[in-house]
Design a protein around this ligand. Structure first.
Ligand code: FAD
Length: 461
């Protein structure tokens, strides 16, 4: 697997406080698994770091021994970049501390925390910042790619709320990046992915949110999907920043509030959250119920943390997944026809196509304010191919790729870096967009030898 002498690995192990997992260890096969079961890589060693000191040791060990190096936050990345073959994995899953300063409305988060860790600690004080929609996702990978979720229209991308980061660089130095310390690095971290070092700690701005908010789902049959999508587009264009409504097309899961006759049938679901006074929200969402004849709905006041976990059962780790994604600045009728055509031929009951409506505060900063460049994206679409049996790999990936092609004429050309699959190396420059050259300059300064290259890679200028 690697030419490293066993004695050198033993010596390294002695200097690490956390756990070092080797191929012969019982926990190896579990430790190398990530969210997407399509990823099957065999690292030479996995270091479950206990502290930034362990991270420094691991970075130095990788660099000095010429080993490939992968960094694992929550292990969710669809391309499986948390794991590498024959190299070292810096696994941060034991570094999950979240510390809230409610007075200053600030939080510090270690590099291995999940959204569930983050939401639990911050919501204890009625505070939050925009994160994603599935609570087992890692704060680190999500943030470094940009990050968006239910609060983004109101409070911007996750990176727009980042105040500071503690980073272990390729040289093994611990540096702090913020608006006033290493500002070039701070700019690059806000959308440039894991290219610039290992982030051991993030500092975020928090906002008063909930803890009880209006949220829920409204379902329509696929026969009404075109009209629902047209009305959805017009509704979202006028919606206040507090209101986020996403559209998901898929087979209806067996949810208790849906009649049994609808279970397993193709539907369009509108998923919503109002990040303000629920009474006001109730009035605002009323038109969403009149887009046609709903087949079921579940909308009400519930804890924000519960809504943050509402989709977890559909997104459990261990399934096979293949994604394709486009950004859109507007949604055209021709796109709706293509979506409906492909939902009629879903290759597995778990596949879906969703439109995440962002816009609002995510669209206001200049495209070069941070490395995340896609301020023109009003909608992020994800074609989510998902199935269990490896025998379906070809059929399901073909469906996702074919719909991706059919929808391309309507797309803006940009793509969210965190949704890129392992075979999309040719879209990396579209993902970093006009900021690529500046990112390549920063990369040359902080990682000239491209030690951090198991990612959507920026080649040093
Ligand atoms: P990992 O696979 O652990 O890491 C991904 C990459 O990030 C690594 O290869 C590395 O390059 C880098 N990285 C991770 N940790 C560190 C660190 N501490 N320091 C330096 N580099 C690091 N995104 C959204 O914006 N909004 C959503 O609502 C959303 N929903 C999702 C739902 C699901 C079910 C899934 C699977 C993904 C979702 N995503 C969403 C995408 C998500 O942002 C990416 O998958 C992201 O990469 C996950 O971060 P992670 O830490 O879990 O990933």
């Amino acid at each position: 697997m690697t030419d490293l002498p066993a004695t050198r690995i033993e010596e390294f192990k002695k200097g690490v406080k956390g756990e070092v997992i080797l191929p012969d260890d019982e926990s190896y096969n579990t430790a190398r698994k990530v969210w997407n079961a399509m990823i099957d890589r065999h690292p030479a060693l996995i270091v479950r770091c206990a502290s930034a000191t362990d991270v420094v040791r691991s970075v130095n060990f990788a660099r000095n021994n010429g080993l490939p190096l992968a960094v694992r936050g929550g292990g969710h990345n669809i391309a499986g970049t948390a794991i590498c073959d024959d190299g070292i994995v810096i696994d941060l899953s034991q570094m999950k501390a979240v510390s809230v300063d409610p007075g200053a409305r600030r939080v510090t988060v270690e590099g291995g925390a999940t959204l569930a860790d983050f939401d639990a600690a911050t919501q204890a004080h009625g505070l939050a910042t925009p994160m994603g929609i599935n609570s087992t996702t890692g704060v680190a990978g999500l943030t470094l790619g940009g990050g968006f979720g239910w609060l983004s229209r109101k409070y911007g991308m996750t990176v727009d709320n980042l105040l500071s980061a503690e980073v272990v660089t390729a040289a093994g130095e611990v540096v702090r990046a913020s608006a006033t310390e290493h500002p070039d690095l701070f700019w690059a971290l806000r959308g440039g992915g894991g290219n610039f070092g290992v982030v051991t700690q993030f500092g975020f701005q928090l906002h008063a949110v909930g803890p009880e908010l209006l949220s829920g789902l409204i379902f329509y049959p696929l026969s009404e999907a075109k009209s629902v999508l047209q009305q959805y587009r017009d509704f979202v264009a006028k919606a206040p920043d507090e209101l986020s409504v996403w559209a998901v097309l898929r087979q209806a899961p067996p949810l208790p509030f849906l009649p049994e006759s609808v279970h397993g049938k193709e539907v369009i679901a509108l998923a919503l959250l109002y990040a303000g006074d629920p009474t006001q929200g109730k009035l605002l969402v009323e038109p969403l119920r009149k887009f046609g004849k709903p087949v079921g709905e579940h909308v009400g006041i519930q804890p924000y943390v519960a809504w943050q976990q509402a989709f977890d059962p559909l997104l459990t780790p261990g399934a096979r997944n293949y994604w394709k994604s486009h950004n859109f600045s507007t949604l055209k009728d021709g796109l709706f026809d293509a979506v409906i055509e492909y939902i009629r031929k879903l290759p597995s009951p778990q596949c879906e196509i969703f439109f995440g409506a962002i816009g609002g505060a995510t669209a206001r900063p200049a495209p070069d304010a941070a490395a995340y460049a896609h301020r023109d994206a009003q909608f992020v679409m994800n074609v989510h191919g998902r199935w269990d049996d490896p025998a379906d790999d070809e059929r399901c990936t073909r469906w996702a790729r074919d719909f991706f092609k059919a929808s391309a004429p309507f797309a803006s050309g940009g793509v969210y870096v965190n949704f890129l699959t392992a075979d999309e190396g040719d879209r990396v420059s579209a993902a970093y967009g006009p900021n690529y050259d500046r990112l390549a300059q920063v990369k040359r300064k902080y990682d000239p030898e491209n030690l951090f290259r198991v990612n959507q890679n920026i080649v040093p200028a």
